[in-house]
Design a protein around this ligand. Sequence first.
Ligand SMILES: *Cc1c(COP(=O)(O)O)cnc(C)c1O
Length: 387
Amino acid sequence: MDIIKADSEYIANTYSRFPIVLASGKGSIVKDCDGKEYIDMATGIAVNVFGVGDEEWKKAVVDQLDKIPHTSNLYYSEPCVNLAKLMVEKTNMNKVFFANSGAEANECAIKVARKYAQDKKGAEYFNVITLKNSFHGRTITTLSATGQDVFHKDFLPLTEGFLYAEPNNLQSVEELVKTNKVAGILLEVVQGEGGVIALDEEFLKGVEAICKQNDILFMCDEVQCGNGRSGELFAYMNFDLRPDVFTTAKGIGGGLPLGVCVLGEKVKDVLTPSSHGSTFGGNPVATAGAFSIFSRIDQKLLDEVKKKSAYIFNELKGASGIKSVTGLGLMIGVETVKPSTDVINECIKNGVLFIKAKSKVRLLPALNIDDELLKKAIKVLKEACKV
Ligand SMILES: *Cc1c(COP(=O)(O)O)cnc(C)c1O
C-alpha cells in the first residue's frame, strides 16, 4: 500500500507532513519504511524526552498494561497518585488535574482562573490575559487564548474573555489589568510555536508581581518548554518564578497522551466534585509511563541539557547563513538566510530531522542525545545553512 497516498485519501488534511514514513527507531535514531536512518532532532515535537523506545518507560507501560489499562476516574488507581505526588513534591505545588493533551491542560487552567476569580471577586472577573505570538492549543477556547490571528481566522466566533498583551512589554500588561476585570495571565516562558523565543526575565518577574498585587492568577504554559527541556525541570524555574498554576503535556507522557494542570496553594481547592473531569485523564498506562520519565529528569540530566545547549549555541551563533539563534536549553530556534524549508529538506536528504517554528528551523533533540550524534546533526545543519 502506498502509505502517503492512502493518508491523503483517508485522513483529514490538517498536516503538511514531510514525505517520510517513520516505521521504527531507538533512542535518537529513527528509521523510515525503506530502512533509511535519521538523527531525530525533533522528538515528535518535544515528546520523546529520552528518545524513541526508552526501555524503562516501555517496561513501566507494559507492566501496567498487564495489570489494568484503564479504570475511569470513578475509582482510585495507584499510578496516577504516584505521579501526582512526585510532581507536587518536585515543584512545591499542591495538587494536579490530569488531562490528555496540552490544550486540555490549558482548558483546565482557564477554568480554574475563572472559578477562582468568580468565587473571590465576582463572575465579571472572567478575562484571561495571554501574549501576542503565543500558542496554547487548538480547541476553540485555547485557540482564543492563542495570540496569533492566523489560527483564529476561519473559526470565529471564539470563546470570549481573552486579552492579548505584547510580549516583553510590561506596560501593555499593566494597561490591560487596569482597564479590565482580569482572572489570570497565561504565558509560555519560552514561546515555542511563536518562533522559540525566551521571554525576558525582567518581564516575567514584572508579570508575576502584577499578578500578586492584583490577586490575579499567574499561570505558565509549560507544555513544550517543561519537563527538563529548558535546562531546569520547568522553564519558570530558570527565573525563580512561583506560578499559581502551570500546565504541561508533550514530554511528560513519554509518547503516550497526557496533559497535567498543576495547582499551587491559592487554587488547590478551587475545583470541586463535578466542576471538571475527563474519561481518560490520568489513565493508568499513561501515568505509569510518565512516572518513569518524570522521576529520571534529575540534576544530572539537567546539567547535561545545559552543556549540550551551550554547545549548540556556540556552534551556530555567527555561523555562515545563520542570522540568529534563540531559545533556552534544548529548545532552540535558528533564523536562517536561506528559507528554513530548504534548509530542513537539505538536512533530511543528509539524514537529520528538524522541524519549523514560524520561519525558523527548530531544534528539539532528546535530552539524553548522544554527543556524537548531536555533533553530526549540528554539522549537517551548519552545512545546509551555509551561504
Ligand atoms: C503543543 C502545545 C500546546 C498544545 O498541546 P496539544 O497536546 O497539542 O493539545 C499548548 N501549549 C503549548 C505551549 C504547546 O507547545
